[in-house]
Design a protein around this ligand. Sequence first.
Ligand SMILES: Nc1ncnc2c1ncn2[C@@H]1O[C@H](COP(=O)(O)OP(=O)(O)OP(=O)(O)O)[C@@H](O)[C@H]1O
Ligand SMILES: Nc1ccn([C@@H]2O[C@H](COP(=O)(O)O)[C@@H](O)[C@H]2O)c(=O)n1
Length: 220
Amino acid sequence: MSDIVVAVDGPAGSGKSSVSREAARRLGFAYLDTGAAYRALAWHCLDEGVDVEDATEVAERVAAFDYAIGMQPDHYFVRVGGEDITPDIREPRVTAVVSAVARVPEVRAGLTALFRRLIAEASEPGVIVEGRDITTVVAPDAAVRVLLTASPEARMARRSAELSAVSAEATAQQLASRDAQDSRVVDFMNAADGVTTLDSTDLDFEHTVQALIDIVRAGA
Ligand SMILES: Nc1ncnc2c1ncn2[C@@H]1O[C@H](COP(=O)(O)OP(=O)(O)OP(=O)(O)O)[C@@H](O)[C@H]1O
Ligand SMILES: Nc1ccn([C@@H]2O[C@H](COP(=O)(O)O)[C@@H](O)[C@H]2O)c(=O)n1
């Protein structure tokens, strides 16, 4: 079991995955991308022809969800039923439905239990866990708790730069719509008590990684 748990939450495009993964790599920590599990379950529902708006049907898929994720920063993978679906979970068709899957209470309970098990099983000296409800629900007792934010304009510009095939307007609309849907389920826009806010609006990637590492070293 890791001695140091670092919980990182924040809105879409704030840099949670990329910054957490790089900080974990430099610290020699494990890294857990929790959004990948919600995405993988959404992918699985689409693959099986499940109506993602039918909460009962979606909930039925959680108990037997055969999921595996790589937690080493340099060996990241996502598998369902042994099939590697690492790139597939980022497809727009998955992103479009993941919030509907993530709002089902049985899904949240099942995946929260899975995340806690994965955190407990990590053997590295520390683990950085990122998502939307890590500081408040999954690991509220984490040694270090961070809300990674950036202005909507900065987040949209960063996401647009990644998705050259999609218009900036469409990207902005998708990001805002996902944040709006997800905010109905968990509050990741405001730091809970004891959570440190890291605003990367005016920081480049390198400075943001360094700022997170500094927070970890000061708090652990
Ligand atoms: N401080 C920064 N300055 C510039 N670009 C950044 C910064 N932080 C992250 N990025 C870039 O912004 C993009 C979005 O980051 P990332 O995918 O890590 O966000 P996220 O919060 O995990 O998003 P989502 O919740 O939608 O998965 C990536 O291309 C990443 O490299
Ligand atoms: N702790 C979490 C993490 C994610 N979600 C849901 O999954 C979606 C995808 O997350 P990404 O970080 O990969 O973008 C996200 O939009 C949420 O619907 C969650 O609910 N809780």
